[in-house]
Design a protein around this ligand. Structure first.
Ligand code: CUP
Length: 147
């Protein structure tokens, strides 16, 4: 089975509640890699203990997972989705590329815990994201952003 499909097989629980899963992803990311919380000014001041109940964290987490859902469903034909995303993350949000690797690992773990994504499925997600991240990285380089 293609990597996209292996992950999409377990997308149902995520899609059913993007906000809760999105909050879990960002809360875990900010706990495991505290420096990532500072990347988004609107999150920088939130106390660790308040992340889980924070509506803005849930909303952005939902955005991230919805984007990932669109990318998975595009099955590699994702240039039109990814270009604007890579542009805004280089020029507006200034998110260094390694953060996409960090969030990939967190999403793999959360999907393992909450959506039954097994070790092979987690590897499939890493494979999909490796392509996505390489594409973001080429846009970053075109724009002269060294993140
Ligand atoms: O949109 C947005 O916001 C993004 C999303 C995505 C992209 C690519 C792929 C997938 C998804 N984001 Cu935000 C991202 C990120 C964050 O938030 C954090 C960290 C890292 C990354």
């Amino acid at each position: 089975m293609a990597d996209f499909d292996m992950v999409l097989k377990h997308w149902g629980p995520v899609e059913a509640d993007y906000s809760s899963h999105g909050n879990l992803v960002l809360t875990r990311l900010f706990h495991e890699h505290p420096e990532t919380q500072k990347l988004f000014p609107k999150f920088a001041g939130i106390a660790k203990g308040d992340l889980a109940g924070n509506a803005a964290v849930s909303a952005h987490g939902a955005t991230v997972l919805k984007k990932l859902g669109e990318l998975l469903k595009a099955k590699g034909n994702h240039a039109a989705i990814l270009k604007p995303l890579a542009n805004s993350h280089a020029t507006k949000h200034k998110i260094p590329i390694n953060n996409f690797r960090l969030i990939t690992e967190v999403i793999a773990k959360i999907m393992g815990e909450k959506a039954g994504l097994d070790a092979a499925g987690q590897q499939a997600l890493r494979n999909v994201m490796a392509i996505v991240i390489a594409d973001i990285d080429s846009t970053y380089k075109e724009l002269g952003y060294t993140g």
